[in-house]
Write a protein that binds this ligand. Structure first.
Ligand SMILES: *Cc1c(COP(=O)(O)O)cnc(C)c1O
Length: 408
């Protein structure tokens, strides 16, 4: 097959709209519910809480703000209220996923906490329960865990929950990428004391932006509603006893989310078909797909990723701002494949660079099993494939052919 650049760019993961979004946005407009209250917000909170199986969902401006509220609440529950200007986690260590988007861990720092990064397991590419046990042996005083489910694949959140309970620790669950994914029939986002999902533009369900805070506790949901709307007290004027935030979702954004929500299962089915087509298309190459536990979990297949076998890796070097590689026959690397995809106007992406490798966190501890650094290895050999659910099977076959070419 002769390969030509795509006429229309192939995206990593772009919004897939259906029409109902516009109807609900228009409804917000025509009824003039254009601020942070309205029917769209009420409805999506009800629908999301029911879908995920939690008592309460609070619609916020982003997944990051939801994680911030979750982290702050956990800090106050653990250590009490602090003096003004001092974060709720001030000086306290927090166990965090290492290989993840920085938004998982930044809120810990907003609240003055000190992230201790816990290495990744090979079976799910999420926090390793074994490394977490080791982290508790090393830092027995830690009382909070923040863990993410990457690329739509549930981590071993049942085991992490059990470890947290055994050590009397709270759990914040970052399900930003895994809305609709489940473990043992239970939705991600419902295992933590507090959970979050994101409606950012490239997530499986989008509002263009937005997120949700999840909890089973009415009081905590009410606290987040209050904090996220500038912490106004019940008084005839603007009365403040606590620090406030402007984190509430707009009713217009909520209209987009409301129109998207009925399509969650359809989006997951499309993502799953993409994952399976890649898996079949790469079957004879020295690669594996991002793994999941087929017996216990149902991923949402948000992004399809590849890991190149060590034997098939050519020489690749990366510093803090650039990457280079030396071509070798029959071998390749993420850098060559991502550059080649880009040349054909298809968008891939490196794996999330582990937090313990980030300059900003160079002073923070990292706990891994003896002699291992699983996150660094997956970052070095792995990458995300174009996973847009508007990509046609023909287009995907071309992507597969472009990637295969790199192994020649
Ligand atoms: C997208 C994402 C977030 C943040 O969500 P926003 O809505 O973009 O703020 C947090 N954690 C992970 C793992 C994400 O992928």
């Amino acid at each position: 097959m002769e390969l030509k650049p795509f006429e229309k760019r192939i995206w990593l993961s772009s919004p897939t709209m259906h029409g109902e979004e516009l109807r609900y946005m228009t409804e917000a407009y025509s009824t003039n519910w254009m601020s942070t209250v309205g029917e769209n917000i009420n409805e999506i909170e009800r629908i999301a809480a029911a879908k995920i199986g939690v008592g309460y969902a609070v619609a916020l401006s982003s997944g990051t703000s939801a994680l911030h509220m979750a982290t702050k609440l956990a800090g106050e529950r653990l250590y009490g209220k602090t003096a003004l200007g001092k974060g709720a986690l001030s000086g306290h260590r927090v166990f965090c996923s290492d290989m993840t988007f920085s938004a998982t861990v930044n809120p810990v720092v907003y609240e003055g906490g000190v992230p201790v990064f816990v290495d990744t397991e090979r079976g799910t590419w999420n926090m390793s329960p074994a490394a977490l046990e080791k982290a508790f042996a090393e830092y027995p005083d830690v009382k909070l865990i923040v863990t993410a489910h990457l690329y739509g694949t549930p981590g071993r959140i049942d085991r992490i929950r059990e470890i947290a309970d055994r050590h009397g620790a709270l759990l914040v669950e970052d399900a930003a990428e895994s809305f609709g994914a489940s473990l043992g029939g239970k939705q991600t986002g419902s295992f933590g004391d507090y959970g979050c999902i994101s409606f950012n533009g490239n997530k499986i369900i989008t509002g263009s932006s937005g997120g949700m805070f999840l909890t089973d506790t009415k009081e905590d949901a009410e606290t987040v509603r209050k904090w996220s709307t500038q912490s106004r007290e019940n008084a005839p004027w603007y009365q403040h006893e606590e620090l406030g935030y402007n984190y509430r979702m707009s009713n217009v954004i909520a209209g987009v989310v409301r129109g998207q929500l009925p399509h969650l299962e359809e989006h997951i089915a499309a993502k799953k078909a993409i994952y399976e087509r890649y898996r079949d298309g790469f079957r004879d190459l020295p690669v594996t797909m991002n793994p999941f536990d087929a017996d216990h979990t149902e991923p949402n297949f948000w992004l399809s990723c590849l890991l190149i076998d060590e034997e098939a890796m050519c020489c690749q070097t990366r510093n803090d701002s650039a990457a280079a590689y030396t071509k070798e026959q029959g071998k390749t690397c993420p850098t060559e494949i991502l550059e080649t995809l880009a040349a054909y106007r298809a968008e891939g992406r490196p794996i999330w660079k582990p937090m313990h490798m980030q300059p900003i966190f160079k002073a923070n501890s990292f706990v891994s099993l003896e002699g291992e650094d699983v996150g660094a290895d997956i970052f070095r050999r792995g990458f995300c494939l174009p996973s847009d659910n508007k990509m046609t099977p023909d287009e995907q076959d071309t992507v597969i052919a472009i990637v295969r070419k790199c192994f020649a």
